[in-house]
Design a binder for this molecule. Sequence first.
Ligand code: S3P
Length: 172
Amino acid sequence: MKIILLGYMGSGKTTVGKKLARQMGLQFLDLDDYIEEKEKLSVADIFGDKGELYFRKKEHQYLNELLLRKDNFVLSVGGGTPCYGKNMETILKGSENVFYLKVPIGQLAQRLSQQKSTRPLIRHIPDGELPEFIGKHLFERSEFYNQAHTVIDCGSNEAIDIVADIMNSMQQ
Ligand code: S3P
């Protein structure tokens, strides 16, 4: 079984994905980590040195590479991954268990204000402008995220409760 987690930056995909994988006895993979490993550069450096277009091409290439693998895993993809080219189609073809971790804007802004340095798209946005930026960005991206098989309303839930919600929705 391949489980794929989608969601905006800061929605907890990595934290939830690691816990979920542990509970299910599956391997955890993170597309950003995989890109960094293959390219031998951090995501921030890829954006800075080679540009976003190069990053999006590599993101597409490595997503396809991972989904062609025969083994099972929990995969967390980047916030932008489902929103470019045919990536969302690829994701839905590659897994019957695609979850969108939906987190309120205020909470995303609060979390992301602490984690800006590793995220080139929001690095230069002042904290006070983050909610408005995220609101607009999320509006554009939601049409992709909402194609997931299941939307998990994360609210202010702890990662452990989100994992339980995901596991319950798979058993139904
Ligand atoms: C991006 C999200 C990041 C990373 C890159 C671009 C985006 O991943 O792929 O900085 O376009 O939303 P996370 O969602 O894991 O932060």
